[in-house]
Design a protein around this ligand. Structure first.
Ligand code: CA
Length: 228
């Protein structure tokens, strides 16, 4: 199989070099763009399996690149590299179609895990037109919003559905309550993070209850995940 191609858009040379070394080591092919114009040119000229996109760049900003890319290409996974103080950029980046973000400084292992998830999803989306998420015998259709476990149809409220989709899209990654709040309830939610535990309990009742193998896992002191 061909090595997945990853474009690294980052103007801090030290960081882009480290990323390139790590990604080459993981058997990806990589190229670096260190300014916005070069990045846009490379994104348009070549076929990438994934793009790592810094937001603060000389030339064009990462968000502008994202906007222009998404006009023509909804599919290539894009992970934003953001600074801690760029909350606003993160939000508008996700709104504009970025698939994910990591906040600098990040652990390389976390980034690698996210890259793997999005490459897998990218491929799965390619195969089924982007409308289905499957883990084991749990099946979610994003278009019809139908949820099934084995032959049993599961009725979910919109919030439960969004929570399940979020867990499935990040399967095998442990999400903290804060991350789930951000992604499912939105950045403007200021209530208690206990609401996550409440909804996880609802979901378990509907999806795992009565089955031998539960899909939703609690990782004590950290958060929740779905293994698959
Ligand atoms: Ca930068």
């Amino acid at each position: 199989m061909d090595k997945p191609a990853i474009l690294i858009v980052e103007d801090e040379q030290k960081l882009s070099r480290v990323l390139q070394l790590e990604l080459d080591y993981e058997n990806y092919q990589t190229e670096i763009a260190d300014n916005g114009k070069e990045a846009l040119r490379l994104i348009q000229e070549k076929d990438w399996d994934l793009v790592l996109l810094d937001i603060m760049l000389p030339g064009l900003s990462g968000l502008e690149i994202l906007r222009r890319t998404r006009r023509k290409d909804q599919e290539t996974p894009i992970i934003l590299l953001t600074a801690r103080d760029q909350v606003y950029d993160k939000v508008s980046g996700l709104d504009q179609g970025a698939n994910d973000y990591v906040t600098k400084p990040f652990q390389i292992e976390e980034l690698l895990a996210r890259i793997r998830v999005h490459l897998r999803q990218g491929k799965a989306n390619h195969q089924n037109g982007g409308s289905q998420l499957v883990v084991g015998k749990l099946f979610v259709d994003l278009q019809s919003r139908e949820v099934r476990r084995e032959d049993r149809e599961v009725e979910l409220t919109p919030r439960e559905f969004d929570l399940l989709v979020c867990l499935l899209k990040n399967k095998n990654i442990v999400l903290t309550r804060e991350q789930l709040i951000e992604q499912v309830w939105g950045f403007d939610y200021f209530g208690d993070t206990n609401v996550v535990d409440v909804y996880i309990r609802y979901l378990r009742q509907k999806i795992d209850k009565g089955f031998e193998e539960p899909y939703i896992q609690t990782v004590r002191g950290v958060g929740y995940t779905i293994k698959g």
